[in-house]
Every structure is written in structure tokens, then in C-alpha cells.
Design a protein around this ligand. Structure first.
Ligand SMILES: Nc1ncnc2c1ncn2[C@@H]1O[C@H](COP(=O)(O)OP(=O)(O)OP(=O)(O)O)[C@@H](O)[C@H]1O
Ligand SMILES: Cc1cn([C@H]2C[C@H](O)[C@@H](COP(=O)(O)O)O2)c(=O)[nH]c1=O
Length: 210
């Protein structure tokens, strides 16, 4: 039986998801909570291998549907191997990207259709939706500038998409916020890091009543 809390973090490239997840992890752990950090695509060996395949800069020929299916396959394995056991164990799962990335990137920006991509992902996730999702909102210009200035952050195949694609990703997320207003909380991620952190922390504290 599920007893944990599944929180996902979404946004365009360089929105600051990894940075905020690390800080929220430290905060929740200091409050005595049992927390698991993970990411998509990846989080476990099989999914990390699929990640390398999808994000390889040389794979310029990858078909959009192949891409969507690979993300969904990685998600399935990650879910059953890591996320579900943690939730069943009563833990809080902080996940860097999940289904909304597929809906915004493949469904909307890639043009496959949000509903089509939702359908293949419903097969993959079998009802395991996040309880809460933070959408960290930044313009593509700011996000891409951040990752270009970020030491050690390798530029991947998706980063190298056109500016038009990156604009569409953001538009896709805006559509998802309208579709899932209860679950997705928008955070202004163009603020200084400390302010982004405080905004996220406030919502989590309210939810956990800590
Ligand atoms: N609010 C902020 N203001 C300025 N810089 C930030 C902010 N948040 C994060 N950064 C910096 O931006 C860079 C990208 O941050 P981070 O890796 O957390 O983003 P991300 O959303 O996980 O990126 P991606 O998923 O595209 O890899 C890092 O160098 C980080 O220090
Ligand atoms: C889960 C997921 C991810 N993507 C894209 C989004 C990013 O461009 C990369 C992942 O890189 P990051 O540094 O970990 O953010 O993959 C996607 O297009 N669809 C998805 O489902």
C-alpha cells in the first residue's frame, strides 16, 4: 500500500531543479523525514543506460515517437524499481522530471500531441502520478545561459534543439498548468536561488504540516 509522498520538479533547461532538490532534500532530512532523490530519465541502471542513448548528441536521426517511447520505457523501469518501493516504504520521493516532461517536450514541443503521449505514459505509469509538482518557470534564454555557464554540465542532444523548440517546451508546460491546476504549482525560477528555495519550501511545509 502506498503511504509516501511523490513530489516532482519540472521546467525548461537550466530552471534550477537540481539545485532546489538538493536544498529541499537537506531541509527535509534535517526535519527527520526519510527522503529519496532521483531523476528522469535515469535514477537506476537500466534507465541511466536509456538516458545515454536518448541524450547522445550523435543520435540526430532519432524519430520523435522512438524518443517518446524510450522516455516512457525508462520511466516504467525507474518507477517499479525505485519510486514505488520508496513510496510503499513511506518515504518522500523528490524526482527531477517525470511524466510532465514527456507531455511538454515530446507531446507539445515535438508535436506528437499531449494526449497521445499521455496515453503511452499511462501504460507506463499505471496510475502512479505525482502528488505534487513544482514547475520552475524561466525563459529559455535565461535557462540556456545558466547551463552554458554551468561547469561540468554536459550539453546534450535536447539542449541543442532550436530556440523555437525551447519556446514550445515552455508553452507546453503552460498548457499542463491549465490542465492540472491542483497538482502543478508554478514557481518564478528567475528569482535569486534563495527565493526560489523559500517558495518551494513554504508549499512543502504546508503540505507536511511541519
Ligand atoms: N535561481 C537561480 N539563479 C541563478 N542561477 C541559478 C539559479 N538556480 C540554479 N542556478 C544555476 O543554474 C545552473 C543550472 O542549475 P540546475 O542544474 O539546478 O538546473 P536544472 O534545472 O537541474 O538543469 P537541467 O535539468 O537543464 O540540467 C547551475 O549552475 C546553478 O547553480
Ligand atoms: C524525463 C524527460 C526528459 N526530457 C528531456 C528534458 C531534458 O532536455 C533532458 C534531460 O536532461 P536533464 O539535464 O536531466 O534535464 O531530457 C524529455 O524530453 N522527456 C522526458 O520525458
Amino acid at each position: 500500500m502506498e503511504t509516501g509522498l511523490f513530489i516532482t520538479f519540472e521546467g525548461p533547461e537550466g530552471a534550477g531543479k537540481t539545485t532546489i532538490i538538493q536544498r529541499i532534500f537537506k531541509y527535509l532530512t534535517s526535519e527527520g523525514q526519510s527522503v529519496v532523490i532521483t531523476r528522469e530519465p535515469g535514477g537506476i541502471e537500466i534507465a541511466e543506460k536509456i538516458r545515454s542513448l536518448i541524450l547522445d548528441k550523435n543520435h540526430t536521426m532519432m524519430d520523435g515517437r522512438t524518443e517518446a517511447l524510450l522516455y516512457a520505457a525508462a520511466r516504467r523501469q525507474h518507477l517499479v524499481e525505485k519510486i514505488v518501493p520508496a513510496l510503499t516504504n513511506g518515504q518522500i520521493v523528490l524526482c527531477d522530471r517525470f511524466i510532465d516532461s514527456s507531455l511538454a517536450y515530446q507531446g507539445y514541443a515535438r508535436g506528437l500531441g499531449i494526449d497521445q503521449v499521455l496515453q503511452i505514459n499511462q501504460f507506463a505509469i499505471d496510475g502512479w502520478m505525482p502528488h505534487l509538482t513544482f514547475y520552475l518557470d524561466v525563459t529559455p534564454e535565461i535557462g540556456l545561459e545558466r547551463i552554458n555557464n554551468s561547469k561540468g554540465r554536459e550539453i546534450n542532444r535536447l539542449d541543442l534543439e532550436t530556440m523555437e523548440f525551447h519556446y514550445k517546451v515552455r508553452e507546453g508546460y503552460i498548457q499542463l498548468i491549465e490542465r492540472f491546476p491542483e497538482r502543478i504549482k508554478t514557481i518564478n525560477a528567475e528569482q535569486p536561488e534563495d527565493d526560489v528555495y523559500e517558495d518551494v519550501k513554504t508549499i512543502i511545509k504546508q503540505l507536511l504540516m511541519i
